[in-house]
Design a protein around this ligand. Structure first.
Ligand code: FPP
Length: 230
């Protein structure tokens, strides 16, 4: 495939882990475990193609309502991932965590901070994990900060407002890929996706790999993006 007009920033809504597991008579947590492998493959492929930014929706504010054992299994997956970020560091990748992170145990949050610090000077790729993330929560959080810090209204514009979001410093998302058949945004990057293109597939996330990612990029390359202009 010829890689042209690739997105600068791609977002992933990694849906379908539960159904992937159910289809095989396995517990949902095994679906998430396979989803974690697919996440790594997607991040690797993006890096190989020279894509600069990818953001993965790994746990939404709404996901807290899931059964305790499923939430626990997800938290463990994230925590285990944080135990070995050397590979990302070696690939010149920067890690960021966006969301209401106070939900996580102190020990996990410390690992997140360490990972962010250890990789903060890496310039090849920025991999953001949206954890306990909600777009509405993010905007509300920004507004509360603006009010508390007594913001200068005349200096407030779309760019300066962006500095109050969890995604500060990241460019708007160009392409959002959602696996698992649903066609909705589910509170993901609602400010940053104002002009994003969407790609939906019925494939469950654990089955989503390089080939289908290429298909998404191919389709994206053909979209005419006018950003409201002509
Ligand atoms: C939605 O699918 C997926 C999630 C709530 C979790 C996504 C998490 C991962 C893919 C693991 C990422 C791992 C790391 C280390 C970042 P679902 O379970 O709602 O699927 P369903 O709609 O089929 O039930």
């Amino acid at each position: 495939m010829i890689y042209e007009n690739l997105p600068v920033h791609v977002g992933f809504i990694m849906d379908g882990n539960g159904r992937w597991a159910k289809k095989r008579g396995l517990p949902r947590k095994l679906g998430h475990r396979e989803g974690a492998k697919a996440f790594k493959k997607c991040a690797d492929h993006c890096m190989k193609l020279g894509i600069k930014f990818a953001t993965f929706y790994a746990f939404s504010t709404e996901n807290q309502k899931r059964p305790e054992d499923e939430v626990e299994a997800l938290l463990k997956l994230f925590d285990d991932y944080l135990d070995d970020i050397r590979e990302m560091d070696a690939k010149n990748a920067r890690l960021r965590f966006i969301g209401e992170l106070s939900f996580f145990p102190d020990s996990t949050r410390e690992k997140m901070l360490e990972a962010e610090n250890a990789t903060k000077n890496n310039t090849g790729f920025t991999c953001s994990l949206a954890l306990n993330y909600g777009g509405r929560d993010e905007i509300l959080h920004a507004v509360k900060r603006l009010v508390t810090e007594g913001c200068n209204l005349s200096a407030l514009n779309e760019d300066t407002f962006g500095d109050y979001l969890y995604t500060k410093g990241l460019p708007d998302v160009d392409l959002i890929i959602r696996t698992g058949g649903e066609q909705r945004l589910s509170n993901f990057l609602i400010w940053q996706a104002a002009y994003a293109e969407y790609y939906y597939t019925d494939t469950f996330f654990p089955d989503f790999g390089k080939r289908e990612l290429d298909k998404a990029f191919e389709e994206f390359a053909e979209r005419g993006r006018r950003f409201g202009g002509v």
